[in-house]
Write a protein that binds this ligand. Structure first.
Ligand code: ADP
Length: 218
C-alpha cells in the first residue's frame, strides 16, 4: 500500500515537500489555513483541504492519526507550529517531522515529542558556506555537532593518486566511504584505487579533520 503523508502549511518549504512527495508517487494530503494556498495545491496534492491545524477537532475529523507521516511546515507562526505538533503527538501520529524557525523553537519541538526537527535555512547555510569556501565541496551532511559526511570533487591535486598515496586516514583521520565516477559508485574502495580528476569522494570524519582535508587537498 502507498504511504500516506500529510503536509501542514504550504509555504515555500511545505509546498516543495508536497510536490516532491507526489513526484515520488506518494499520497499526500495538503492542509493550509489559506484558501489561496489550497487552490494552488488542489491539482498537485492527492487531497487538499482548508483547515486550521491548531484546532483539535479539525485534526481528528481529518483522521490525522491514520497517516504514516505528518510534516508540520508552518513558518513564522511558532505558536501554531508548537500547538499543532503537540496535538499530533497526543493523537499518536507515528512519524512527525517539523520545520523549526530557530534554535529555541527546535528545543521545544524536541521536548514535546516531535520525531524529527529540521532546520532547512540553517542547514542550507552550512552547506552553502562550505561550498563557497571550496568549490570542490559539493554537499555537506551534519551527522552530529562534531561529525559530518562530505562530498568532495577530486581536483588536480589528487588526480592519478591512489588512496594509499594520499594516506587520508592517517593524515587527516577521515575515511573515504565511496567514490562516484560518472554513473558508477564504488562503495568499498581499496587502498590501491586510483582517483581521477572529476571523481566524487564521499568522506566521513570529524568536522575539524574534514576542514583540514578540504583545505589541503581540495
Ligand atoms: P515558508 O517559510 O516555508 O515559506 P510560510 O510561513 O510562508 O513558510 O508558510 C507557512 C504556511 O503555513 C502558510 O501557507 C500558512 O497559511 C500556513 N499556516 C499557518 N498557520 C496555519 C495553521 N494554523 N493551520 C494550517 N496552516 C497554517
Amino acid at each position: 500500500m502507498k504511504k500516506q503523508f500529510a503536509v501542514i502549511g504550504l509555504g515555500r518549504f511545505g509546498g516543495s515537500i508536497c510536490q516532491s512527495l507526489v513526484k515520488q508517487g506518494m499520497e499526500v494530503l495538503a492542509i493550509d489555513i489559506s484558501e489561496d494556498k489550497i487552490n494552488k495545491y488542489a491539482n498537485i496534492a492527492t487531497h487538499a483541504v482548508i483547515a486550521d491545524s491548531t484546532d483539535e477537532d479539525t485534526l481528528k475529523s481529518l483522521g490525522i492519526r491514520n497517516f504514516d507521516h505528518v510534516i508540520v511546515a508552518i513558518g513564522d507562526n511558532i505558536q501554531s507550529s508548537i500547538l499543532t505538533t503537540l496535538m499530533l503527538v497526543e493523537q499518536g501520529v507515528r512519524h512527525i517531522t517539523v520545520k523549526a524557525q530557530n534554535d529555541y523553537h527546535e528545543k521545544v519541538l524536541n521536548k514535546i515529542g516531535a520525531h524529527k526537527v529540521v532546520h532547512p535555512e540553517r542547514d542550507m547555510g552550512v552547506r552553502i558556506a562550505h561550498n563557497i569556501v571550496s568549490k570542490n565541496v559539493l554537499d555537506y551532511l551534519e551527522l552530529s555537532d562534531e561529525y559530518s559526511i562530505v562530498e568532495l570533487m577530486a581536483g588536480e591535486t589528487v588526480n592519478g593518486k591512489s588512496l594509499i598515496d594520499l594516506n587520508i586516514r592517517a593524515k587527516f583521520g577521515c575515511n573515504i566511504m565511496a567514490i562516484k565516477r560518472k554513473e558508477e559508485i564504488n562503495v568499498s574502495p581499496t587502498a590501491d584505487e586510483l582517483i581521477i580528476q572529476g571523481d566524487i569522494l564521499i568522506v566521513i570524519g570529524a568536522d575539524n579533520d574534514l576542514n583540514r582535508l578540504e583545505q589541503d587537498l581540495f
